[in-house]
Design a protein around this ligand. Structure first.
Ligand SMILES: CC(C)(COP(=O)(O)OP(=O)(O)OC[C@H]1O[C@@H](n2cnc3c(N)ncnc32)[C@H](O)[C@@H]1OP(=O)(O)O)[C@@H](O)C(=O)NCCC(=O)NCCS
Length: 203
């Protein structure tokens, strides 16, 4: 799933290239595509590296969660997306898994984990991954994506507090950090309690 990511004003407009901060017109190749089975180990490594600094356990909980999600019914292979560098190495990953909303258990998606290798952060890789997975979800006719994360970061992708559309977080203490992004097929009748894929409550 290659997408074109335009560079800055002084950056040559070359498909799949992201600007290197502070380096003028220099760019590095980054390709966004669907994950393949050959990427699975590298995706775990990227997730471990991205969350290592904030983990109290030797293996970050996000790595365990990702593994459990993979083997669950909620895993949607087409919505597991990687960013790869110029040597084909995985430098970032994002996934959306099946979730539900309300008493009718209407279909929705939960986004995460989202990970970018520390050495590749702040170059727009996370931005490219989030846009790609949202675009893929929209193309599949999914109505809504929810996540727990920083409003400062995710607000730029159109996420807003879930309470604004009548969707309630699994934990009310999450407040404005539990956010939703409505997609093209969204209808305002989609309201109620959001439930993530089962591994989110177990891991
Ligand atoms: C969050 C993450 C995926 C962003 O990836 P990235 O490739 O660095 O993101 P981008 O380059 O697209 O965007 C970088 C911008 O986001 C901001 N940003 C990154 N994490 C942020 C956060 N938690 N809260 C607010 N802003 C954040 C940076 O400050 C930067 O802002 P700037 O462009 O104004 O300087 C990456 O930092 C990462 O893997 N972090 C560790 C794992 C994690 O926190 N995952 C998300 C959990 S919800």
């Amino acid at each position: 799933m290659p997408i074109a990511v335009p560079g800055g004003a002084r950056t040559p407009q070359r498909t799949n290239r992201l600007p290197v901060p502070g380096s003028g017109a220099h760019t590095v190749p980054v390709l966004i595509r669907r994950e393949t089975p050959a990427d699975i180990a590298a995706v775990a490594d990227v997730t471990a590296a991205a969350f290592a600094g904030r983990s109290e356990t030797p293996v970050p909980i996000e790595v365990t969660l990702l593994g459990e999600l993979r083997t669950s019914d909620a895993w949607l292979p087409a919505l597991s997306v990687v960013a790869v560098g110029d040597a084909g190495e995985v430098i970032g990953h994002v996934v959306c898994t099946r979730a539900h909303i309300g008493p009718d258990q209407s279909l929705a998606l939960g986004l995460g984990p989202l990970s970018v290798l520390p050495a590749h952060q702040r170059r727009g890789v996370g931005k490219a991954l989030v846009h790609a997975v949202l675009g893929a979800a929209d193309a599949f006719g999914e109505p809504l994506v929810a996540l727990l994360g920083s409003p400062d970061y995710y607000g730029r992708f159109g996420f807003r507090p879930s309470t604004e559309v009548g969707v309630t977080a699994p934990d009310p203490a999450w407040g404005a950090y539990f956010q939703v992004r409505t997609l093209t097929t969204y209808q305002p009748t989609l309201k109620g309690a959001f439930s993530y894929a089962e591994p989110f409550s177990r891991v």
